[in-house]
Design a protein around this ligand. Structure first.
Ligand code: ADP
Ligand code: MG
Length: 239
């Protein structure tokens, strides 16, 4: 059974590697992408069939491991643009409970972090990764106790940094992906220094995806500091 599983993952990785980015520009539906059976099922059950522009333009590149600066206005579907690659990239590496935090998603507010978490639970329903929220307000000790077993961690900047400073069980040494979501709002809220501290303490060889509704100078500055040879994707159209 394990060999079968391994073969499936290898097939999937090969398909992603062979993916021609020019071809993917013509894709319209999620089922045209080389996604795992479980993610495809989670998407379908959540009634996600057609991709939005930002999803079509970023998911293939992100699946291939590129760093991305994605700009698209509010409501254009940026959440799935990073959640699908997060799940799939960890799957490609057969990530498991002992590997620690594989992906870190930073959201500006508790509300947005919770929303992202809920979407992740929905589309990731058939995957086995453990997901967790660190958003403040909640019991710190409760978060600290669970944090060592989490694969996909979603948090707000202040609380995340607090855990990085104080929670011995939070190990980010293996981190594969960093997502900075709603980066313009994170910066508007005055979290520049907090983000710099967080990013400065993460393994540099990770993949980073930065999403923003607007392309401001401060977003560009953050991108320069946190991304490596990023692909710039900007869409203006509606869903
Ligand atoms: P953004 O982060 O760009 O503001 P969201 O990711 O929050 O946008 O998505 C906005 C809304 O669009 C959500 O209600 C989400 O469920 C919906 N949505 C996202 N992608 C799709 C899609 N491919 N098909 C249908 N609805 C979608
Ligand atoms: Mg969003």
């Amino acid at each position: 059974l394990r060999d079968k599983q391994k073969e499936k993952v290898e097939n999937l990785r090969a398909k992603v590697e062979e993916l021609d980015i020019d071809e993917t520009k013509k894709f319209t539906q999620f089922d045209e992408l080389p996604l795992s059976h479980n993610t495809a099922k989670g998407l379908k059950e959540s009634s996600f069939v057609n991709m939005t522009d930002i999803q079509r333009d970023t998911i293939p590149l992100a699946l291939k491991g590129e760093d991305i600066l994605g700009a698209a206005k509010t409501g254009s579907g940026k959440t799935l643009a990073f959640l699908i690659p997060v799940i799939e990239r960890l799957l490609h590496q057969s990530w498991n409970e002992y590997d620690g935090v594989g992906a870190l998603i930073i959201s500006p507010t508790r509300e947005l972090a919770i929303q992202t978490y809920e979407v992740l639970l929905k589309i990731g329903k058939y995957n086995t990764f453990s997901c967790g929220l660190v958003i403040g307000g909640k019991d710190y000790a409760y978060e600290e106790e669970r944090i060592g077993k989490i694969n996909i961690l979603i948090g707000t900047p202040g609380r995340l940094l607090q855990h990085m400073d104080q929670s011995a069980s939070l190990v980010l040494d293996n981190l594969q992906m960093l997502i900075l979501d709603e980066a313009d709002r994170i910066l508007d809220m005055g979290f520049k220094k907090t983000i710099d501290s967080i990013v400065g303490n993460l393994p540099p060889q990770r993949q980073t995806l930065l999403f923003s509704a607007t392309q401001t100078k401060s977003v560009q500055d953050l991108a320069r500091l946190s991304l490596t040879s990023p692909k710039y994707i900007s869409t203006s159209s509606e869903m």
